[in-house]
Design a protein around this ligand. Structure first.
Ligand SMILES: [Fe+2]
Ligand SMILES: [Fe+2]
Length: 305
C-alpha cells in the first residue's frame, strides 16, 4: 500500500533535489512549476476555487434519504441566482415539457431528486470559473465557454445511452478541464507565461489532468467524474468496460469542440481510429458534427449561464 507521500508524488512528481532551486529560478522549468503548485495547494498559499456554499448545503439535503423536494427547494430558494438558473435548466431542451415551469419546486419535480444533485453542481460551476483577477479573466472566460460547449454536446450524446445520465454527462463536460484553473491562478505570478500563450497552453495541457483529479477528489466528487478529469485527453484510452462511459462521452465532445479550431492539436486528427469514437458510434458523432442538434445545443448552454 502506498504511503500518503508516495501517492502525492505519483500525482505531482517527486520534490526537487536541493541545489536545483537556483537553476529553476534562472530557467523556467515546468516540473518545478508543478511542484510549487503542489506545495501552494497543500499549504493553502493558492486560493482554490470553492463550490458555492448554497450548492453544498443543497447537496447535503439531497443526499439525505429523509429529505423531501420541499426541503431542497427551500434551500435553493435562498439564493435567487441559483433558483433562477435551476428553473431555466428545467426549461432547457434537456427537460422541456408542454408548459414551462416557473418555480423552484416544479423545476425539481421535473428534473427529479436523483438528477437534481448533478444539476445543482453543474449550475454551481459558473462561480468556480469566475475570477476577479484581470490578468487571467479572458482565459478563464474562454475556458468556461469551452466547458459549456463540451457539456452541451456531452449531454446530447449521453441521451442516446440508457445507462448514462444526461445531467451527469453535463457535469462531466463542465468539470473536465477544471484542473486548468489553479494553473492559471499560479501563472498570473509569471508575466512571461501570460505573455507567451503557447507556453502557457503547453503547461496547462501537461498538468491539468493531474490537478483536476486532485481538485475533484478534494471536493468528494464521484469516482466517475474524477476519472473524466484525469483521463479525458488520453485519446488512446481503452476502457475495461464494453459500455460507453463518461470519459468516452467527454472525449468525443471535446474533440468535436476543437476539431475546427486551426492550430489546436486536436484540429484535423483522424477520429475514426479513436476508441471513444468507435464506442460512441459514427452515426451519433455525425449527427452532432452536422449540427442537426444546433438549437438544442445552444439552448442547453444558455441554461448554464
Ligand atoms: Fe483537457
Ligand atoms: Fe477540453
Amino acid at each position: 500500500m502506498q504511503t500518503q507521500e508516495e501517492q502525492r508524488d505519483a500525482i505531482w512528481g517527486k520534490p526537487a533535489e536541493a541545489g536545483q532551486e537556483q537553476e529553476q529560478k534562472e530557467k523556467f522549468d515546468p516540473k518545478a512549476f508543478a511542484l510549487e503548485l503542489r506545495d501552494d495547494i497543500q499549504q493553502n498559499r493558492i486560493k482554490l476555487p470553492t463550490l458555492p456554499a448554497i450548492s453544498l448545503e443543497a447537496l447535503v439535503v439531497v443526499n439525505d434519504a429523509g429529505s423531501s423536494m420541499a426541503d431542497v427547494s427551500k434551500i435553493i430558494g435562498k439564493d435567487t441566482s441559483m433558483a433562477a438558473r435551476l428553473v431555466r435548466y428545467a426549461n432547457s431542451p434537456l427537460y422541456r415539457g408542454i408548459n414551462n415551469v416557473a418555480s423552484v419546486k416544479s423545476a425539481i419535480t421535473r428534473i427529479g431528486m436523483e438528477a437534481v444533485k448533478h444539476a445543482i453542481l453543474s449550475l454551481a460551476m459558473r462561480d468556480v470559473f469566475t475570477t476577479g483577477i484581470s490578468a487571467i479573466q479572458q482565459r478563464m472566460e474562454a475556458l468556461w465557454q469551452h466547458s459549456v460547449a463540451v457539456a452541451s454536446k456531452s449531454a446530447l450524446l449521453a441521451g442516446s445511452f440508457a445507462h448514462l445520465n444526461r445531467d451527469e454527462a453535463m457535469l462531466a463536460g463542465l468539470i473536465h478541464d477544471v484542473g486548468a484553473i489553479p494553473i492559471l491562478l499560479k501563472a498570473k505570478d509569471h508575466q512571461f507565461l501570460l505573455d507567451d500563450e503557447r507556453k502557457l497552453d503547453k503547461l496547462v495541457h501537461a498538468l491539468h489532468m493531474s490537478v483536476g483529479k486532485f481538485m475533484l477528489s478534494l471536493w468528494n466528487f464521484d469516482p466517475a467524474m474524477v476519472e473524466v478529469a484525469a483521463e479525458h485527453d488520453r485519446l488512446e484510452r481503452n476502457s475495461a468496460s464494453a459500455q460507453v462511459d463518461y470519459v468516452d462521452i467527454v472525449q468525443v465532445a471535446n474533440v468535436l469542440c476543437h476539431e475546427a479550431t486551426s492550430g489546436h492539436p486536436l484540429c484535423g486528427i483522424d477520429t475514426t481510429t479513436l476508441p471513444a469514437f468507435q464506442r460512441v458510434g459514427p452515426e451519433l458523432v455525425e449527427s452532432l458534427r452536422s449540427g442537426d442538434v444546433g438549437s438544442a445545443e445552444s439552448d442547453i448552454s444558455l441554461a448554464l449561464h
